[in-house]
Every structure is written in structure tokens, then in C-alpha cells.
Design a binder for this molecule. Structure first.
Ligand SMILES: C[S@@+](CC[C@H](N)C(=O)[O-])C[C@H]1O[C@@H](n2cnc3c(N)ncnc32)[C@H](O)[C@@H]1O
Length: 122
């Protein structure tokens, strides 16, 4: 099942909670915008998302993420993409999420908890 096809069998506003780890890195920037838009569509009004994702915030962390991309390809044979903290924050805001971000014990992995921006307006 492709996560970009979720709307083919789930209804608008049908999910309370979306939870995943290391998932966004499997999507290009434009695919990621599409995925987040789908999640926004599927979440209930007071639904929320909890994720932990690699997202570098400086040159050193970007080098760690570059290394992860090379290891992913070489070791696991998977293609992953780098999204920086700035990239993710902009995408989340553009799609309509309000979020908080916290560090984790894993280098460059950050924890994001998101709700729909629209909830805060009413
Ligand atoms: C790092 S694992 C994390 C899985 C973990 N169970 C979770 O969701 O927290 C990411 C998984 O997403 C899968 N994946 C990548 N692109 C996908 C897509 N377009 N639709 C569904 N799964 C996908 C990968 O094959 C990989 O198994």
C-alpha cells in the first residue's frame, strides 16, 4: 500500500492519530507536501500527529544526514531524501499544521507533534 493512496480507502476526518518514525525521509519534497496534505485531510478536527524524523539544523547535522542517505543506498538499497528542520517547518506550516519540535537521543532525529492550525482559530 502506498501512503500517497490513503484517500482511496479512508474518509476525510476519519483518523484520530497518525504516528510514525523515519517515514518522511522516503519522500521527495513535492511528494512530502502531498503526503502531509493527505494527512491533514484524513485527520479529525482535533486529531494529531506524532513523528520522529531526521532533520539537520546545521552543517554538521547535514553531513550526518548525507551519510545516512549514502548508507541507506549502499547498505539497505533504499533511496531516502534529506529534509532540513527549515524544510519541514515550512512544509508543516504551509500545509496547515501547528507543531512543537523537541530533540531526541538520536543525532539529527527530532520529535514533532502536530495539530491542525484551524483548531486554534475556533
Ligand atoms: C523507517 S520505516 C518506519 C516504519 C515504522 N513501522 C513506522 O511507521 O514508524 C519506513 C517504512 O516506510 C516504507 N515506505 C516508504 N515509502 C512508502 C510509501 N510511499 N508508502 C508506504 N510505505 C512506504 C518503507 O518501505 C519503510 O518500511
Amino acid at each position: 500500500m502506498n501512503a500517497l493512496d490513503l484517500k482511496s480507502f479512508l474518509n476525510k476526518g476519519s483518523l484520530h492519530w497518525i504516528e510514525t518514525d523515519g517515514f518522511l525521509e522516503f519522500f521527495t519534497h513535492s511528494q512530502l507536501k502531498n503526503l502531509l496534505t493527505i494527512w491533514h485531510f484524513l485527520l479529525k478536527r482535533h486529531g494529531f500527529i506524532t513523528i520522529r524524523e531526521p532533520a539537520g539544523n546545521n552543517l554538521f547535522e547535514s553531513m550526518i544526514d548525507e551519510f545516512r542517505v549514502v548508507m541507506g543506498k549502499w547498505w539497505l538499497g533504499v533511496k531516502i531524501y534529506i529534509h532540513t528542520v527549515t524544510d519541514l517547518q515550512k512544509l508543516f506550516a504551509d500545509v496547515g499544521f501547528k507543531y512543537v519540535m523537541h530533540p531526541t537521543a538520536v543525532p539529527t532525529f527530532r520529535r514533532f507533534t502536530m495539530i491542525k492550525k484551524s483548531v486554534l482559530n475556533n
